[in-house]
Design a binder for this molecule. Sequence first.
Ligand SMILES: Cc1cc2nc3c(=O)[nH]c(=O)nc-3n(C[C@H](O)[C@H](O)[C@H](O)COP(=O)(O)OP(=O)(O)OC[C@H]3O[C@@H](n4cnc5c(N)ncnc54)[C@H](O)[C@@H]3O)c2cc1C
Length: 230
Amino acid sequence: MIKVKLLDYTPEPERVVAMAARLCYSASGAEELSERLDDNKVREMVRKMVRIGHGSTLEHASFTFGIEGVSRVLTHQLVRHRIASYDQQSQRYVAAHGFQYITPPSIAEKPAAKARYEALMEEIRAVYDELTEMGVPKEDARYVLANATETKILVTMNARSLMHFFNLRCCNRAQWEIREMAYKMLAEVKKVAPTLFFNAGASCVNTGRCPEGEMTCGRLQEMLKLREKD
Ligand SMILES: Cc1cc2nc3c(=O)[nH]c(=O)nc-3n(C[C@H](O)[C@H](O)[C@H](O)COP(=O)(O)OP(=O)(O)OC[C@H]3O[C@@H](n4cnc5c(N)ncnc54)[C@H](O)[C@@H]3O)c2cc1C
């Protein structure tokens, strides 16, 4: 099962965004930025920054997630998002004897496919063990490991980059595994910064329109029901 834990984040992320906005749009000096900035004013300013797309103000709030129970397929997709920082469990230093693996639902639901898949994973485990017993270093034995191999990764993104990530990866066109993880990340950040991530999610939920053209999932009306009223 995919585990997503919000490990750390900028203290008072929405207040920081509001302070950045205030610096831009008022004559306030640095020391006055948080003065007269009550919770209502913070919400109002954050909402405005998100609505008008003043994305640089969102970059001052960062969120760090610990992620487990995901495949190397997922992490390969995740690390394509360049505006982020990552650390991933090493297959050079951490032995993969008896490695765990992710089974896609489309395989799990077909008994014959599942049996074939599990037999292959057993075979890979055996070959990995044999290679390391022959003195092959872990960093080379790992070449036999499957994309399905379970891994752990730590990721930090700022709010602007996260919004973009949610646009792409909460979309029904994203693969099921990274989409499931993206929704868990979204649920975590909404708990601590609900105004900042108001209507964050797939592009259609975020903006009210689908950018996928002929590749659309065709479920726009259903997705639009997820939009919160402004
Ligand atoms: C449904 C789906 C299918 C995909 N299929 C494929 C595939 O078949 N093959 C494949 O290789 N990838 C594929 N990808 C990955 C995709 O191409 C991106 O690499 C990935 O989604 C990261 O997005 P990004 O580059 O926008 O994000 P980030 O790397 O976080 O960048 C964020 C934004 O910063 C700007 N930016 C970052 N770097 C640069 C730069 N060097 N120059 C200019 N602007 C920059 C861009 O505006 C970019 O959108 C797929 C992604 C999705 C969601």
